[in-house]
Design a protein around this ligand. Structure first.
Ligand code: SF4
Length: 272
């Protein structure tokens, strides 16, 4: 069941146009064409007064003076009723929008909500999320200092009778990616960390080999992008050397952000 708040028809229409234009801007599709008569009708409509909104209804459209927090909340209200992926809508409990500081300099991006996240409506709240929180704290931040989101906002559906989580498909991630791009455009973090190969694939839109992309700087929408292992990988592989690899990636992120780094932090997960 979708428990999210419905929008009025004007907002839905506005969002359809917005999503379509965003989708066009993300692809190499040719620009839309319109006849002179259509353009004249649009100009007439633009000159007409905007439909009034009931006083008790929250705005879901942004103005230039809105803060990042306000713009992010307006975006959240627009995304919560999203039904672009019928198979995910049918099985989800929540659209997992994202959580954290709208002014964050550091943003973590995972692949998709799992069962825990779907139930709670928040990304990275299960065991892997607890480990991510520890990594964030070891860097000298708190979870509320950074922003955490996924490429896919709805939990990938599972075959009837099967538990666990499945990887999101490339087409699912491509469908949802415009939502993440809008979040990033509002937050404007100084650094993005992609957690795992699937998140990297969702961001870049192509398959990646983790050992080739991990620990190196990439770019997403002109923002430095670091690829590192998903915390769930570290839960499966507890070796000091793998933990150190992730930590070295985080040291690079801290350096990029200009964070002070103590000798103790530099030495985490090194063999004694
Ligand atoms: S996964 Fe993304 S695009 Fe698909 S229904 Fe959920 S919010 Fe919409």
């Amino acid at each position: 069941m979708n428990r999210n708040t419905p929008m009025n028809s004007f907002d839905q229409a506005t969002n359809l146009v917005h999503d379509a234009l965003t989708g066009l801007s993300e692809t190499a599709a040719p620009l839309p064409r319109a006849s002179r008569a259509s353009l004249e009708r649009l100009i007439t409509a633009k000159a007409a007064p905007a439909p009034s909104r009931p006083a008790n209804e929250a705005s879901t459209t942004s103005s230039a003076t809105d803060t990042k927090a306000e713009r992010l909340e307006q975006l959240r209200q627009r995304i919560l009723p999203c039904e672009k992926c019928p198979q995910l809508v049918a099985s989800r409990s929540h659209v997992v929008f994202g959580v954290g500081n709208p002014e964050a300099e550091l943003m973590f991006v995972g692949e998709a909500p799992g069962a825990d996240e779907d139930l709670q409506g928040e990304p990275f709240v299960g065991k892997a999320g607890q480990l991510l929180t520890k990594i964030i704290e070891a860097m000298g931040f708190s979870r509320s200092d950074v922003y955490i989101a996924n490429v896919l906002k709805c939990r990938p559906d599972m075959p009837a009778g099967e538990s666990g989580n499945r990887k999101p498909r490339p087409d699912e991630m491509a469908t949802c990616l415009p939502h993440l791009i809008q979040q990033i455009e509002i937050i404007q973090p100084k650094c993005i960390v992609a957690l795992g190969a699937t998140a990297m694939e969702g961001l870049l839109g192509q398959p990646v080999v983790m050992r080739e992309v991990r620990g190196r700087w990439h770019s997403f929408k002109n923002i430095p992008l670091m690829a590192t292992y998903h915390p769930a990988y570290l839960l499966r592989n507890q070796s000091l050397s793998e933990k150190r690899k992730v930590w070295e990636d985080m040291l690079q992120v801290m350096e990029k952000l200009g964070c002070p780094i103590s000798a103790k932090q530099r030495g985490y997960f090194l063999p004694k």
